[in-house]
Design a protein around this ligand. Sequence first.
Ligand code: HEM
Length: 133
Amino acid sequence: MSDAAEAPAAETAFDQIGGAERVQAVVDAFYDLMDTDPAYARLRAIHAPDLTPMRASLAGFLTGWLGGPRDWFAARPGVCMMSLHRSMPIDAELARQWTDAMGRALDQVGVEADMAEALREVFGRMSGNMTTR
Ligand code: HEM
């Protein structure tokens, strides 16, 4: 019998998805869709012209949030991602565009179906809670 010190750490969602490269691939697919598909024109319009910083920031946030390295959180002590959105004019349609694009990105990158479904559900709830009007 192995003692606790030898037991392997539980696999995180970050590990299951395939680590930092795959999280970045999901984020890049998400912003590529937002940038090119007219279905997300309103969502695109409230983002800065250059999405490069967001490609790094969202990937960093998701990496820590999914149980991977927490550099994004360490660099922003006390920052709450939900609070960051409170000053944004987010209505139900914008929340829907966000979750729709992210749902497609998860599929495009080939995140395993059960994991993709679980993430879609959580993102749907978070986005609903970010609706400010
Ligand atoms: C409800 C729909 C959402 C809308 C309309 C929205 C919109 C935005 C906008 C306009 C920005 C600033 C972008 C810029 O400066 O160019 C932003 C930043 C960000 N959003 Fe969202 N967002 C939504 C949902 C989410 C969700 C569900 C998450 C996390 C799972 C998320 C994570 C982030 C992160 C990490 C940042 C970057 C913060 C920073 O680096 O300062 N957003 N969002």
